[in-house]
Write a new protein. Structure first.
Length: 474
């Protein structure tokens, strides 16, 4: 087992930690809440810090619901002294470091107040512990490896969440190697947050005040395209091709929002309102410019367009029905309604009752909709999403490793593939296998995009680190 490297999270503030204590993944069961202060401004805490002290701490006030939802009695609270005007990675130097820890106490906390109370159990403000020694020192003071939360815990895990961990725990391949985005115990170097929940592994990036989540799409196989018996099928959706992903990849859990696009590009092509909606009226070339600029802001991020094989694999999330069943629950994926998918409700699928026609996009997540089994929002409807591929009139010759097609069957053809359907389309256009082609400079108010990251078939080479790589993550 490699050295664990986890994250102590308080609200959205995250600081990495590392050490030598072994981690039992199946014993993960609690949160570590980091409380951080700058010693030049808040010496009063340090002066009174002693075992038995019941201390109140105000967590980032913009996210009190996270504390209400996730904090559990006896969760570990670690007290971090940060030096003024230093970056997080350097705050253990020049007197900074861990000056104590304690256990969370929920009883004193007033309901709906963004505060936590913790009882100090260990205090050593005169001799703060450097970050790289914290795990070892916690072990010396009686915190066993079975109690340490490890690199995948952001909250106390219940039974179903433990099953999620087992599902994503590294599995041996036929060649004897294994791979998993958190296997090394290191978070991705580009991530501002990370963890696992009922949908699987996620990582987050933060640009200014905007946080975007990426979902891990695990290695596996599926049949791209629609069967000849599927209602609404057209010839360009066939023939079905078996695609095998030797390793997984990251995908934005939502289309790019207007807020994120404007923070990178500086303008919103569709206007300033509804910043939590997907950006629209962006061409394939516009999306490429956005990716280039965002990658330049976050070292090692390396976002790109997904291939259409990756897009459909992620949309299906293990299903083979016209719609993903967790999204389209009413008909178990065989059909859907406009309450589940944002399309033109005047044109339902396969003879179902007419529904809502909203005539516009909806927010990128929430608002009464559900994500699919892998935690991806609006893979059906809302906006069409650009893919990397040059258009082909069929799936004949599609790469079986999931790579994007970069050579067209038509002479001088450069149009690109879009997937997913939109708010202005028929329900049948929002099926998992549905395809559209448009010129790369075309813009319309039904078109957006969703970036990907990670290995893309044979094209990627060594795009991801091998098992056990240290320090960089995925």
């Amino acid at each position: 087992m490699p050295k664990p490297k986890g994250r102590w999270r308080a609200g959205r503030r995250e600081i990495p930690c590392e050490g030598s204590l072994a981690v039992d993944f199946e014993a993960v069961h609690m949160t570590v809440w980091l409380v951080q202060y700058r010693d030049e401004k808040e010496r009063s805490l340090e002066q009174r810090l002693q075992p038995g002290l019941l201390e109140m701490w105000r967590i980032n006030p913009y996210a009190p619901e996270r504390i209400t939802r996730e904090a559990q009695e006896d969760d570990l609270v670690v007290i971090w002294r940060a030096k003024e005007k230093t970056k997080p990675a350097h705050r253990q130097r020049n007197g900074g470091g861990i000056v104590g820890w304690g256990r969370l106490r929920l009883a004193p906390r007033l309901q709906k107040q963004p505060n936590i109370y913790f009882e100090v159990t260990h205090a050593f403000p005169k001799s703060p512990i450097p970050r790289n020694q914290v795990l070892a020192d916690l072990g010396k003071h009686g915190l066993s490896s079975g109690q340490w939360p490890g690199p995948v815990s952001l909250k106390r895990l219940n039974g179903p969440e433990e099953q999620v961990i087992r599902r994503f725990f590294p599995m041996a391949k036929e060649n004897g190697t294994s791979w998993h985005p958190l296997q090394s115990g290191y978070p991705p170097s580009w991530a501002s947050g990370w963890g696992q929940d009922e949908y699987g592994v996620f990582a987050e990036i933060t640009v200014e005040t905007i946080t975007q989540r990426l979902r891990w799409c695990p290695q596996g196989a599926f049949r791209m395209g629609s069967p000849t018996t599927e209602h609404g099928r057209v010839e360009v959706e066939g023939p079905q091709v078996q695609v095998n992903f030797a390793t997984g990849f990251w995908l934005f859990d939502t289309p790019v929002s207007k807020a994120l696009y404007q923070s990178i590009i500086g303008i919103d092509p569709a206007g300033p309102e509804d910043q939590d909606h997907p950006v629209t009226s962006v061409s394939w070339k516009d999306a490429g410019e956005f990716l280039s600029k965002l990658n330049g802001r976050i070292p090692g991020l390396n976002l790109r367009m997904p291939s259409e094989a990756e897009w459909e694999y992620a949309c299906r999330a293990g299903s083979d029905t016209p719609f993903e069943p967790n999204v389209a629950r009413q008909f178990s994926g065989q059909n859907t309604t406009s309450e589940e998918v944002n399309y033109d409700g005047d044109y339902p699928y396969k003879g179902t009752q007419k529904g809502i026609y909203r005539k516009k996009t909806v927010p990128t997540k929430g608002d009464g909709f559900r994500p699919n089994k892998w935690g991806l929002w609006h893979m059906h409807g809302n906006v069409w999403e650009w893919c990397a591929d040059i258009w082909s009139n069929s799936h004949d010759g599609a790469a079986t490793d999931g790579s994007a097609r970069q050579a067209s069957q038509q002479a001088d053809e450069s149009v690109r593939v879009l997937r997913g359907g939109s708010w202005g389309d028929l329900a049948g256009d929002c099926r998992s296998a549905s395809r559209l082609r448009l010129a790369p400079d075309y813009r319309y108010d039904t078109i957006g995009f969703r970036p990907a990251r990670g290995q893309q078939g044979a094209q990627a080479g060594a795009a991801e680190p091998p098992s056990g790589s240290s320090g960089q993550g995925v």
